[in-house]
Design a binder for this molecule. Structure first.
Ligand SMILES: [Zn+2]
Length: 372
């Protein structure tokens, strides 16, 4: 389907260009969103994609992840149904494969054969896997102190890993510099509008699975909000065909240590200098490029922005494993902490249905005492 890049900051529209990662207008640097020139379709999941044909989508087994009912936790919370969508069943163990598959496929259509990306975690591994499959050479910039097992996964797929000293942002700066000096596209999963088009499949699968009884609430751990935004876009696309479909409240969860999106939602100021360390490294993003887009989704769906503590995340990671047999990555377990708060605040009610994406597998970032 034909589409343009539209700047989220200033609305400037440009032709799709894999070599441009942010808006070129002076002092803008906004992230782009893909807007299709014709949205009149009966099958958005197959046609509203930035590819000439759905058959060009690189497939390593991503998507169609299982949905299971959390029997014990539904009882314990006194909630009608709590469902978990097991995103860690994706090929590299996290939901990022949805975004990487679409991004790498779109770049392949443009004839790109080398990319630069910065990621310390699941996105880096995912992009490495899809790059390997698509014969794209990838340079992944990671902080020197990034979790060793995550960096090992990136290296295993054959990506060239550049280890950068200092805070996380130094990796971004170094990646952009390397991209410019070597004329290799900077393909950041946080900035790429193709990546978001891939995460839409999460929403389309939920819509299909629940048919005429959609969940009342979906809770997302948000760093940059790519799963939250993709999910909403899917519902928005389907609503144009089926105006009766009920869009679940999309709630965003961040940690008390790093909460730029929740503070915008709550009309508070927040500066990266206020950040503290957190165990939930998958959502520890100080200045997410899609922060305002994420807040818009939360507000449009009447969702809430919730901050949770590291202690609570660790507690719920264990509870989820012991009560319902699911080993979530620490970052993913933040949705249980958020659920606990929303139930106590009576924002989630006993007769309602809740869906929790379990975004990453527990062994990706195991608790420190696990192997002792
Ligand atoms: Zn702009």
């Amino acid at each position: 389907m034909k589409y343009n890049f539209v700047c989220l900051n200033c609305n400037k529209t440009i032709k799709p260009n894999p070599n441009i990662s942010t808006c070129p207008e002076p002092n803008c640097e906004g992230a782009f969103e893909i807007v299709y020139t014709n949205t009149n379709t009966k099958s958005p999941q197959e046609t509203l994609i930035p590819l000439s044909n759905i058959s060009n989508l690189t497939y390593l087994g991503q998507g169609n992840t299982p949905i299971v009912r959390l029997n014990t936790l539904s009882d314990n919370f006194g909630i009608n149904n709590i469902y978990a969508k097991l995103e860690y069943m994706n090929p590299t163990g996290s939901f990022k494969d949805r975004g990487s598959a679409m991004m790498i496929s779109a770049l392949s259509e443009f004839g790109i054969n080398e990319i630069v990306e910065d990621s310390s975690g699941n996105a880096g591994a995912s992009i490495s896997a899809y790059s390997a499959y698509s014969k794209i050479k990838s340079h992944i910039f990671v902080p020197e102190n990034a979790p060793k097992n995550k960096v090992s996964q990136i290296q295993l797929y054959g990506s060239i890993v550049h280890k950068i000293p200092g805070p996380r942002d130094n990796s971004t700066i170094a990646a952009i510099k390397y991209s410019e000096e070597n004329s290799i596209p900077y393909s950041s999963h946080n900035l790429s509008p193709f990546f978001i088009e891939g995460t839409k499949s999460f929403g389309h699968e939920i819509i299909k699975h629940f048919n005429n009884k959609q969940p009342d609430h979906i809770l997302f751990p948000i760093g940059n909000g790519s799963l939250l935004i993709g999910s909403y876009k899917a519902y928005d696309e389907i609503k144009k065909i089926n105006p009766d479909i009920k869009i679940p409240k999309h709630h965003g969860i961040q940690t008390e240590s790093i909460s730029p999106i929740i503070e915008i939602f709550s009309n508070n100021n927040w500066y990266p200098e206020q950040a503290k360390s957190t165990i939930a490294n998958g959502i520890a993003i100080l200045n997410p490029p899609r922060k305002y887009q994420s807040v818009n989704v939360i507000k449009k769906t009447n969702g809430q922005g919730i901050k949770v503590s590291d202690e609570s995340i660790l507690k719920w990671q264990k509870e989820l494993a012991r009560k319902d047999g699911i080993f979530a990555e620490i970052t993913s377990a933040a949705v249980l902490s958020g659920l606990d708060k929303l139930v106590k605040q009576k924002i989630i009610l006993p007769d309602e249905n809740v869906l929790l994406p379990i975004t990453g597998f527990g062994l990706k970032d195991p608790p420190k005492d696990l192997f002792n």
